[in-house]
Write a protein that binds this ligand. Structure first.
Ligand code: AMP
Length: 182
């Protein structure tokens, strides 16, 4: 029987055709995977959420964490599909209450991320969602934040995995799932 995830995994070309590749953005040498063209396509967006959610259908997830900014396009829809809550991880100085902060390396530069200190309860099962897995620095920093709060990382899900950057290696030991690989 076919399923949303099986459909995408056996035919990634249809979804890939909805992703716009922008060379040299935001700086020379970076090939930017623009998912706004996927988001505006009603079938493409639905298939993306259905296929990603299906991977976690039989795994308990209490909270879906979305990473600012493009993780927010997918994580709340995933939380809705899985019957979980949504928690934003944000860039510094955006969250109003007490936060925990972590510094991390990017494919292009360095940055910090924050989470509300009371956003996750000890023992909660947390799914981390972002649009693109590149070097894995961002996602592994977010996994650390979740663990700092006592949460258990139930999985990390991405629409796109840039396999040649080996981000998966930084996240060894976690359930890491991506829909489209480049
Ligand atoms: P990294 O920490 O290297 O895995 O980078 C992941 C973060 O940077 C994600 O939040 C992505 O949105 C963004 N990112 C990194 N490289 C790209 C790329 N080539 N195209 C689009 N987004 C990217």
């Amino acid at each position: 029987m076919s399923s949303p995830a099986a459909d995408v995994l056996s035919d990634p070309t249809t979804l890939k055709s909805l992703i716009r590749e922008v060379p040299d953005f935001p700086k020379p040498g970076i090939n930017f995977y623009d998912i706004t063209t996927l988001l505006k396509d009603k079938d493409g967006f639905r298939r993306t959420i259905d296929a990603l959610s299906e991977h976690y259908r039989n795994k308990p997830v209490d909270v879906v964490v979305g990473i600012e900014a493009r993780g927010y396009f997918f994580a709340p829809a995933m939380a809705h599909a899985l019957g979980a809550g949504f928690v934003p991880v944000r860039k510094p100085k955006k969250l109003p209450a007490t936060v925990r902060t972590i510094a991390y390396d990017l494919e292009y530069g360095t940055d910090e991320l924050e989470i509300h200190a009371d956003a996750i309860e000890a023992g909660q099962k947390v799914l981390i969602i972002d649009d693109v897995l590149a070097t894995g620095g961002t996602a592994s920093a977010v996994a650390c934040l979740v663990q700092m709060l006592g949460g258990t990382v139930a999985g990390l899900g991405f629409v796109i995995e840039l396999s040649f950057l080996n981000g998966r290696k930084k996240l060894a030991g976690h359930d890491l799932f991506s829909l489209l690989q480049y």
